[in-house]
Design a protein. Sequence first.
Length: 69
Amino acid sequence: MARAGFHLQAIEQLWHRVKHLPSRPLMPEAVMTHPTTAERLAAFEVTLKEIEEKRRRGESLQPVLEKTQ
């Protein structure tokens, strides 16, 4: 999203708003396969810091994917 030009702070604000919405009952499948809003926000904050550091250093924003076996 950063490479596409999205405003990352706006995305962070969105997740903070979603976090404070009243919870709705989810289907059991969604509970098992989707992270909670708090988990998504925490992951986004880690990623945002990584993006900001890469931009400061002038590095590419191409993600580094972990190899799985």
